[in-house]
Design a protein around this ligand. Structure first.
Ligand SMILES: Cc1ncc(COP(=O)(O)O)c(C=O)c1O
Length: 378
């Protein structure tokens, strides 16, 4: 049997990883400023993370959601405490798409409505409704497509006011768009989403799968706008590589047995990974670190030659070049050994390092970028 060939792969096989570095099978070291699609939040193989998972593996790794698992309660309590959403309830799953699918289902159960407002350049995942809410027709199969999803331009107040009435179950928006090239909803736009949703009885769902877990310097990106969402979804950085997703629901949502469910979601190993991440985030003050590092790095990136725009906050940064970002990303990887991310905007590269990346790693990146961008100019 061969693998179903859907991924354009680097010709690199990784053998080990530590902190912000990964090593290939030949022993070459790479600086990882992408974290495998924004997943590595507390650094590769963090000793506390490894110890927590190893200890759990020796006790019990799996049972289904048929028995009490106090670690799930502990994870929910800690997530509520660190995010400020103390009175919300947590439904655990295995990925970002599943977290979103469950959020959308709950919004529809709750309102009895089926229409949805989403935004241009969105990415919400590849399951049925999540992909229908994703602005990329090439990955939406005919069976997924639905006329119930309305795409509006991000930050367009007039469009939101014109479309949102009391026939929609949800407004579904990323805290900060990731795959779309780090497009930032303004505080005023998020505040408008909040007030219009409240006025029309629509559920406001914040997809924080990529922008959450401290990446932008606050626990959730939408908290920069001072708003509260009705439902928030998380995954990626939540488990630092162990598959886990979560749907956080306001007290307005009433659970009923059997309403949602999953075989693997919330298993012991996933909870151990999720707790380890929260413990490291808090003990190492990583949200403040991400905020401070981003505040210095963003202006430094803006000052480089050939840069059109730098977008983002904290350690979720999109660097838009005057031309295609592909050749620069290739040079960074092949010549300087630096992993960066692409985006659906061909001119934008994404930087999504571990939240405990250090100043020497940032300096190395800036030096490499300066060399390559100055060469292009010369
Ligand atoms: C904002 C956002 N939502 C959802 C997803 C889907 O997550 P997963 O690939 O874990 O299903 C992604 C993945 O890139 C994402 O960036």
């Amino acid at each position: 049997m061969n693998l179903f060939d859907v991924y354009p792969l680097y010709d690199i096989a990784l053998a080990r990883a530590q902190g912000s570095y990964v090593w290939d099978a030949t022993g070459r070291r790479y600086l990882d400023l992408y974290g495998g699609h924004a997943v590595i939040s507390v650094g590769h193989s963090h000793p506390h993370y490894v110890a927590r998972l190893q200890a759990q593996l020796g006790l019990i790794s799996f049972y289904s959601n048929a028995v009490k698992m106090p670690m799930q309660d502990e994870l929910a309590t800690e997530l509520g405490r660190l995010s400020g959403y103390t009175d919300y309830a947590l439904f655990l799953s295995n990925s970002g798409a599943e977290a979103n699918e469950n959020a959308l289902k709950m919004a529809s159960f709750h309102t009895g409505r089926r229409k949805l407002i989403v935004f241009k350049k969105s990415f919400h995942g590849r399951t049925s409704l999540a992909v229908a809410a994703t602005d990329n027709p090439s990955i939406v199969a005919p069976i997924n497509a639905t006329p119930d999803v309305v795409f509006l331009p991000l930050n367009d107040h007039a469009a939101l006011e014109a479309h949102l009435d009391d026939t929609f179950c949800a407004v579904f928006i990323e805290g900060m768009q990731g795959v779309g090239g780090v497009q930032v909803p303004t505080d005023a736009f998020l505040q408008l989403c909040r007030s219009r949703c409240t006025a029309t009885g629509t559920v406001l769902i914040l997809d924080e799968v990529q922008s959450g877990y401290g990446r932008t310097g606050n626990f959730f990106a939408h908290q920069h706008a001072g708003i509260q969402a009705d439902i928030i979804t998380v995954a990626k950085g939540m488990g630092n590589g162990f598959p886990i997703g979560g749907t956080l629901l306001s007290p307005a949502f009433m659970p009923k047995h059997g309403m949602l469910g999953t075989t693997f979601g919330g298993n012991y190993l996933a909870c151990a990974a999720g707790l380890a991440v929260l413990e490291i985030l808090e003990n190492e003050n990583l949200m403040a670190h991400a905020k401070a590092l981003g505040a210095v790095l963003i202006p430094e990136l803006e000052a480089l030659p050939g840069i059109k725009e730098v977008r983002g906050r904290g350690l979720m940064i999109g660097v838009e070049l005057e031309g295609s970002a592909g050749p620069l990303r290739k040079k960074l990887l092949e010549t300087h050994g630096i992993f960066t991310g692409s985006s659906s905007d061909p001119n934008t590269l994404r930087l999504l390092p571990a939240l405990n990346v250090g100043q020497p790693e940032i300096d190395y990146l800036l030096e490499a970028l300066y060399k390559e961008l100055a060469l292009v100019r010369a």
